[in-house]
Design a protein around this ligand. Structure first.
Ligand code: BG6
Length: 504
């Protein structure tokens, strides 16, 4: 997260493993295009796509172009207006499709030759960014073979590797993957992506907290009653049944996306915006989180129901899902952070598919004012003050507080002040991959996860994964598609005398 985005990234080769995959067409290529549009792409670039299919470079680039155009027509990904030939053509010219099997040693030797050739012809300074846009079972294999072929050795230029999510499926596998990567390269060559960190609204949490004198003094246990973090989706598993059956909502969303939101909200102020200072504060925060016990977690699975008035099937009826599946599509949990700032302030997290709306927010509830002054008024019925950081959609910040309703009697009402990105900045925040790819190209690791962070996050949820492994949920499905999740999630807060905000 550079503080001044005004210079193009250095010349380099970008090698995308998984050139024909969904991630490449949906996010990586649109992000490269957007970077081109902002003048931030390397002035000299080689874009090498590796995949096992038979394809030539022209077909590859044409397919990516067509996809980009279609997504534009649908107003889709990437915040693009219209494909501009002056932006697209140089990217297309940089593209080379390279047929190869990720498990074949010979492929890496040939890739090395191609890289050397391109480097010489285009004067790329020896810089190479490898991007693993592939299924996670290939992460260790590719990293190992890149290392063995000497392709991660840095000479005059950099060699970096982007690792996508999921980073392991539990603590042990995350440790193994870290060990495998670190056997072949240094930590500062590894860029572990969590795309939530690319979102403007998530980065803005740091600006809100640390660029204002207003919030930080009240950002603690003295003033805050509790925090609710919601990542609700109205979509189902979208044809990813096979992946989801192995993953479930907890692994898919919690130790990564939700915990990043927790970290941004709860970390201590770093001494600088330097990547290591920020990552150290986050890692410290994760270490202070109590391991979660089963009584603090609720899981759910959606039944059939309706989304925006349209009937949708139950999870168990989705393609490639077992008819008796015990996989969760919803999780709610209560976590406690044992440090001076947060002791006794619960963080309630929830995420799920097929919920009432798509809504990601961090809601901070402040303690109530003392009542004395309003003894004769219905003030007890009013809500306490809330600060709501709306991550998506409708990005912005909303402050709810009490005001006097105009009139002769002293009656109070909860009112709101609101900041909306699209009104203020006249542009919607971008998808986020632009920032992440650019940051990696310029060597800024602030928005990427360090090995210790990833492991600390898995450690928090490890007791739950273990506990769930032995108990098949008999009550599934337990929430209707289009609802706000299982009733047990409400009980989790009711137990503490609290209630979830509505999902809308
Ligand atoms: C992905 C998960 O990492 O994040 C998906 O695998 C989820 O299941 C997605 O839908 C949510 O991301 P976003 O940016 O659409 O909120």
């Amino acid at each position: 997260m550079t503080l001044s985005h005004d210079r193009p990234a250095p010349p380099c080769a970008i090698v995308i493993f998984g050139a024909n995959g969904d991630l490449t067409r949906r996010l990586i290529v649109p992000a490269l295009y957007n970077l081109g549009q902002s003048g931030l792409l390397p002035p000299r670039l080689a874009l090498i796509g590796v995949d096992h299919n038979d394809k030539n470079s022209e077909d590859w680039s044409a397919a990516l172009h067509d996809f980009l155009e279609q997504s534009l027509a649908k107003g889709g990904e990437g915040a693009l207006a219209k494909i501009k030939p002056e932006i697209w053509d140089p990217i297309a010219r940089a593209m080379t499709f390279f047929k190869g099997d990720f498990t074949d040693d010979g492929m890496y030797a040939r890739l090395g030759q191609l890289l050397a050739e391109r480097d010489k012809n285009e004067n790329l300074g020896g810089n190479v960014l490898f991007y693993m846009a592939v299924a996670d079972r290939f992460f260790g294999i590719i990293a190992g073979k890149l290392g063995a072929a000497g392709l991660m050795q840095q000479g005059s230029g950099f060699r970096r590797l982007i690792v996508e999510k999921p980073f392991g499926h539990d603590l042990e596998s995350a440790k193994q993957l870290n060990a495998c990567l670190l056997q072949h390269m240094h930590e500062d060559q590894i860029y572990r992506i969590d795309h939530f960190l690319g979102k403007e609204t998530v980065q803005n949490i740091m600006a809100l907290r640390f660029a204002n004198g207003l919030f930080e003094p009240i950002w603690n246990r003295d003033r805050i009653d509790h925090v609710q973090i919601t990542v609700a989706e109205s979509i189902g598993v979208e044809g990813r049944g096979r992946f989801y059956e192995q993953t479930g909502a907890l692994r898919d969303m919690v130790p990564n996306h939700l915990f990043q939101l927790v970290a941004m909200t709860a970390m201590e102020p770093p001494v600088s915006f330097d990547a290591e200072d920020i990552r150290a504060k986050k890692a410290e925060m994760f270490k202070a989180v109590h391991p979660v016990t089963l009584t603090d977690v609720v899981r759910g699975q959606y039944d059939s129901g309706a989304i925006a008035g349209e009937p949708v099937p139950a999870y168990r009826k989705e393609p490639n899902v077992a008819p008796e599946s015990g996989v969760e599509t919803f999780v709610a949990m209560r976590i406690l952070i044992d440090n001076w700032r947060w002791a006794g302030v619960p963080f309630y997290l929830r995420t799920g598919k097929r919920l009432a709306a798509r809504a990601t927010e961090i809601a901070i509830r402040f303690k109530r004012a003392p009542y004395a002054l309003f003894r004769e008024t219905p003030v007890e019925e009013l809500d306490a003050d809330w600060l709501i950081l709306k991550v998506q959609p409708d990005e912005g910040i909303r402050l709810r507080f009490n005001a006097k309703r105009p009139g002769q009697v002293m009656a109070l009402e909860s009112v709101a002040m609101e900041f909306r990105y699209k009104d203020w900045f006249k542009q919607a925040p971008a998808v986020g991959y632009e920032t992440l790819i650019y940051d990696c190209l310029i060597g800024d690791a602030t928005l990427f996860q360090r090995a210790d962070q990833v492991e600390a996050a898995w450690s928090v949820v490890e007791p739950v994964l273990k506990g769930w492994r032995n108990v098949n949920p008999r009550h599934f499905p337990n929430y209707a598609a289009g609802s706000e999740g299982p009733t047990a999630a409400n009980d989790l807060l009711a137990r503490d005398g609290r209630a979830w905000r509505r999902i809308r």
